[in-house]
Design a protein around this ligand. Structure first.
Ligand SMILES: [Zn+2]
Length: 55
């Protein structure tokens, strides 16, 4: 699972496919409600606010 900003979305998608060998589901943060899991405050690749969840 990756939480990424706009800039690193493509990188996360590529890495996901390499690791899991299947296409990820993509969610836009703020449009989904998290109950058991709080969204991290920073992108997995940098310190920016994340915009997308790749699972
Ligand atoms: Zn980033």
């Amino acid at each position: 699972m990756y939480v990424v900003c706009n800039q690193h979305l493509e990188e996360a998608l590529e890495e996901f496919v390499q690791v899991y060998e299947q296409p990820p589901d993509l969610y836009e943060l703020g449009h989904v409600t998290f109950t058991e899991w709080m969204a991290p405050k920073t992108c997995d690749f940098c310190d920016h606010i994340p915009k997308y969840l790749v699972v």
